[in-house]
Design a binder for this molecule. Structure first.
Ligand code: NAD
Length: 509
């Protein structure tokens, strides 16, 4: 274990001020009262930001609706040009924005840079998409009739995001929504509002380079759950894209359905990996490590359950323990650190209670101890491995912390069934060099998740594919493929260019 000196884990006021200044958000961070934003690195106060009131939220939604009315009239490729400039602004600010993600969310530098790269990637994707918002032409059964399917902008998109991907989730939604002709109202996590200010600044920069966009094209709502609830309830916002826990999605989904809105839900995962006898362990072990301890186990796609075939179980467990023993845990800004802090004390306490419970059931529990306790309100932990061996129980809940539960299996069909036998359905993976096993895992009778990977881990998706999962993960899809359709309304158009009025299905009237 490459432990670091606790004394060096501190966010210096000068460093914090420089980070805020580099992104031009110092002023927004010195409100006399409001939301206190703490860094998970050392628990220190980063900023106090003013929160929105019900009246200011109402005004922002009105501005967004007005911006939509104008923005939708711009040709989509022009909208794409704006998103291209947004991507350029993100490129030029990549290091600064990533540094703020690290300060505010505690991500290690390489992951924070990766998150901003993901924003740039989705902008690039959306630029191309702006010339490809294709519909269909459909053969009509009636003479001299033409049928077509056309995609129109839909309205303001409410984006509610979680703390763990504090900027990428906004970009996934915003880049697509903007080329689709929608305005965006963003309610970032109350744990990470500063990055939202930074993104809004970069957005304004791109707008200036574009020659102006409608006022209110991007609105940011600062607040907690109540601000989100107001956004979710407002009928002027036809689409709500909400990313967070399944508990949140259960409430939001019902509320949006109640007013016949459209919800895109990206909720919790409880992701499993299967390691088969033929697996190349030189790939599987680092994939497990990245999946289980990356972002300190705080990814929706983190590997939480591991099913290892009996023939290789002991070897895999042994190698995992050896890898865990060399993990560099500590200040996420320091080069070489692989595991940064948990987001806060609440996350730490939940992790401890889950481990306490596991100690009564599992064969062996290793890790989970708090580290650098002397740093104060910062919560560093040794990632935990919980060995369940032949226990046929499963882990039903997502715990947003680095806990890997390991089970032994003998029959692949059984391992796949256990992969599926949880409420969530986000990501899944198998390591095997047996083509039949790989095909079974990805077949209709295989993994029931939105993401199924072969010989790579559960986390770290590319933006080109549609991202999301089934069941308690919410069923939403964002990012690549045809996820853009979620941000538009489909209109079936039939035109009669003849001189008679034939009715469909041969009806005479
Ligand atoms: P959270 O559910 O506590 O909060 C997420 C967001 O929802 C916050 O902005 C919060 O203010 C808001 N919110 C909470 N209750 C609300 C309500 N009733 N109405 C409107 N808004 C409400 O989640 P978190 O702790 O910030 O993030 C961790 C969770 O997010 C994990 O479960 C993780 O798996 C999930 N997540 C999922 C994805 C995905 O794409 N599937 C991506 C990232 C995170």
């Amino acid at each position: 274990m490459l432990d670091r000196a606790a004394s060096s884990i501190a966010v210096k006021a000068d460093d914090r001020d420089a980070a805020l200044k580099a992104l031009g958000i110092s002023e927004a961070c010195t409100a006399p009262s409001g939301l206190a934003v703490h860094s998970p690195i050392d628990g220190s106060l980063l900023a106090t930001v003013a929160t929105d009131t019900p009246a200011s939220i109402d005004a922002k939604i009105a501005r967004s609706a007005a911006a939509f009315a104008e923005w939708r009239t711009l040709p989509a490729p022009r909208r794409g040009e704006f998103v291209r400039l947004l991507g350029e602004a993100l490129r030029s600010a990549k290091a600064d924005l990533a540094a703020l993600v690290t300060l505010e969310a505690g991500k290690i530098t390489t992951e924070a840079l990766g998150e901003v790269q993901e924003m740039i990637d989705i902008c690039d994707f959306a630029v191309g998409l702006s010339r490809q918002l294709h519909g269909l032409t459909i053969q009509s059964e009636r003479p001299e009739h033409k049928m077509a399917e056309v995609w129109h902008p839909m309205g303001p998109v409410g984006v509610i995001s979680a703390f763990n991907f504090p900027v990428a989730v906004w970009a996934w939604n915003a880049a697509l929504a903007l080329v689709c002709g929608d305005s965006v109202i963003w309610k970032p996590s109350e744990k990470t509002p500063l990055v939202a200010f930074a993104c809004a600044r970069l957005f304004a920069q791109a707008a200036a380079a574009f020659g102006g966009v409608p006022d209110g094209l991007l609105e940011v709502l600062i607040g907690d759950r109540a601000a989100g609830e107001q956004l979710v309830a407002d009928p002027r916002v036809p689409i709500i894209s909400a990313t967070g826990s399944s508990a949140m999605g259960r409430i939001v989904g019902a509320r949006v359905a109640d007013r016949f809105g459209r919800a895109i839900l990206e909720l919790g995962g409880n992701n499993a990996m299967i390691v088969a006898p033929s697996a190349d362990l030189s790939l599987a072990i680092p994939a497990i490590l990245f999946g289980a301890v990356g972002t300190c186990g705080q990814r929706c796609t983190s590997t939480r359950r591991l099913f290892v075939h009996g023939d290789i179980y002991d070897e895999v467990i042994d190698r995992l323990h050896r890898s865990y023993a060399t993990l560099a845990i500590g200040d996420p800004r320091e080069e070489g650190t692989l595991v940064g802090p948990l987001i806060d004390g609440g996350a730490y306490r939940i992790m401890q209670s889950v481990l306490d419970d596991a100690r009564g059931k599992a064969v062996r529990v290793v890790g989970g101890e708090r580290m650098y306790g002397e740093v104060g309100e910062a919560f560093y932990v040794r990632p935990a491995i919980v060995e369940f061996g032949d226990d046929i129980s499963n882990v039903q809940e997502e715990t947003f912390a680095p806990i890997l539960s390991v089970f032994r299996y003998t029959d692949l069909a059984d391992a796949i069934a256990r992969n599926n036998a949880v409420p969530q359905g986000l990501s899944s993976s198998i390591f095997t060099n047996d083509v039949r096993e790989a095909e079974l895992f990805t077949a209709a009778v295989g993994s029931d998740c939105g993401i199924a990977n072969v010989n790579l881990g559960t986390s770290g998706a590319e933006i080109g594919g549609a991202f999301g999962g089934e069941k308690a993960t919410g069923g939403g899809r964002e990012s690549g493929s045809d996820a853009w359709r979620g941000y538009m309304r489909r209109q079936t158009q039939t035109t009669n260019y003849g001189a008679t009025l034939p009715l469909a299905q041969g009806v005479k009237f």
